[in-house]
Design a protein around this ligand. Structure first.
Ligand code: GDP
Ligand code: IMO
Ligand code: MG
Length: 428
């Protein structure tokens, strides 16, 4: 079975935990978009692992992990991550492969990411992770990017880097008043990773095609979330890749007809790091309470995540855009203790009611949510293992979310560990 797992909100839904669970029955786990802007947390045996670039399946011995052509790779970040994993006893060698076609993040991408963000004024900040993601994808589209496979032919690589860097230095000096970067330094810093990168570089689309023919189970690990998708998210407050289902196809080279299932992940509430509209954002006191209880601090940047009520419009938008056959609901435990829980079921704008997510951020900023209120529950859920042991009000909440999202619920997560997961065989 080949499955795609997708974040259905603004990222950090808990994809890492679910990938780790699904990886057990998979042979190959593939990252297909984004880069080390992602931070996917996996907890077990009282150990916490945060994966940024490497598929979360790496923690299962024997599984093959692929970084697809749609991912942008910062070599320094990649080899640092490998080192951290190996220092924890995770064997990476022989199990991790990267696409020859994946684009490389260079120091000028990171620098321009930071300078661009600094040059923005209030209301225009995106709040990027400053990992160079946007500028690297921009180069890919402008056809001025450099790919992993380009490292094979050294004179060609040097020639391309010299050309690109000449342009980048013009931008750095003339637009940002910054000093240029030395070709020699950028080149030697990159070539430090050349051998190791080429040793794991393969033709990933072909690898995946043959694996699928041999009926290997392939699991595609989405990064970010549908609302951060460059086309279907809250543009321009998005990331620079397709975090929705199309990204899995384009970013891995797998055919859509080989995909058997598409799964979404949502939190039982909503969070967002970085800037951009967020209609159901909590007032300050509740924000602090949920931030603290839910540990809502970015896995990559440590920034506090903004928190708010569950927004059924954005989740349903994700179900539709991605064709999500089922949804996993995370962090239900965090809502314990609230007297009432709200769900946004519509938006109001200029006296009009909207039931579907609007395709414009300008519009979204002005939308006021229409809430439905449900009764909360007091019990701690973190030890609950079966659906029938959930408090009735929690069951009602999950059923309501399922109906509003128009999809079945496959699992409910009540804690960060593998064991704190309720599987629903017949959906809800
Ligand atoms: P990802 O980017 O989608 O993989 O999510 P992150 O790892 O950035 O953020 C999810 C956070 O929630 C991590 O710290 C997880 O350990 C934690 N987490 C996952 N599931 C649950 C859950 O059901 N309850 C609680 N309390 N924490 C969870
Ligand atoms: P995972 O995979 C949450 C956000 C940033 C910023 C915007 C653009 O862990 O869910 P970028 O550096 O990508 O250009 O930043 O996207 N962002 C994420 N938010 N989870 C992520 O990844 C994110 N990756 C990027 O905060 O608002
Ligand atoms: Mg994350």
């Amino acid at each position: 079975m080949n499955q795609i797992l997708i974040g259905a909100q603004w990222g950090d839904e808990g994809k890492g935990k679910i990938i780790d669970i699904l990886a057990r029955k998979s042979n190959i786990i593939v990252r297909y978009q984004g880069g080390n802007n992602a931070g996917h947390t996996v907890k077990f045996d009282d150990e916490v692992h945060v994966l940024h670039l490497i598929p979360s399946g790496i923690l299962h011995p024997g599984k093959i992990c692929i970084i697809g052509n749609g991912v942008v790779i910062d070599p320094e970040a990649l080899f640092h991550e490998i080192k951290v994993l190996e220092s924890k006893g995770v064997k990476v060698h022989g199990r991790l492969f990267v696409s020859e076609q994946a684009h490389i993040i260079f120091p000028y991408h990171r620098l321009i990411d930071a300078l661009l963000e600094e040059s923005r004024s209030n209301g225009e900040f995106i709040g990027t992770t400053k990992k160079g993601i946007g500028p690297c994808y921009a180069d890919k589209m402008a056809r001025t990017g450099i790919r992993v496979g380009d490292l094979r032919d050294l004179p060609y690589f040097r020639h391309r880097l010299a050309l690109v860097l000449k342009e980048k230095n013009k931008v750095l000096r003339r637009i940002y008043g910054h000093r240029g970067l030395s070709f020699k330094k950028v080149c030697t810093d990159t070539l430090r990773f050349r051998k190791r990168l080429l040793a794991i570089a393969i033709d990933t689309p072909s690898y995946l095609y043959h694996a699928a023919k041999k009926r290997k189970n392939i699991l595609f690990e989405g990064a970010q979330g549908t609302l951060l998708d460059v086309d279907h998210g809250t543009y321009p407050f998005v990331t620079s890749s397709n975090a929705s289902v199309g990204g899995a196809i384009a970013g891995s080279g797998v055919s859509p007809t080989l995909i058997d299932n598409v799964i979404g992940v949502v939190k039982a509430y909503t969070t967002r790091v970085g800037e951009g509209p967020f209609p159901t954002q909590f007032p300050p006191v509740l924000m602090k309470q949920i931030q603290t209880k839910g540990g809502e601090f970015g896995s990559t940047t440590g920034r506090p995540r903004r928190c708010g009520w569950f927004d059924a419009l954005i989740a349903r938008h994700s179900v539709r855009i991605n064709g999500l056959n089922e949804m996993v609901i995370m962090k239900l435990d965090v809502l314990s203790g609230l007297d009432e829980i709200k769900i946004a079921v519509g938006y109001k704008l200029n006296g009009k009611t909207y039931r579907d997510f609007p395709p414009s951020s300008c519009k979204l900023v002005r939308c006021r949510p229409i809430y439905e209120t449900m009764k909360g529950w007091k019990q701690d859920l973190t030890a609950v293992k079966r659906w029938k042991d959930l408090p009735l009000n929690a069951q009602r909440y999950i059923r309501r979310l399922s109906r509003l999202m128009e999809t079945r619920i496959a699992m409910v997560s009540v804690g960060s560990k593998r064991s704190q997961t309720i599987r629903l065989t017949n959906g809800k």
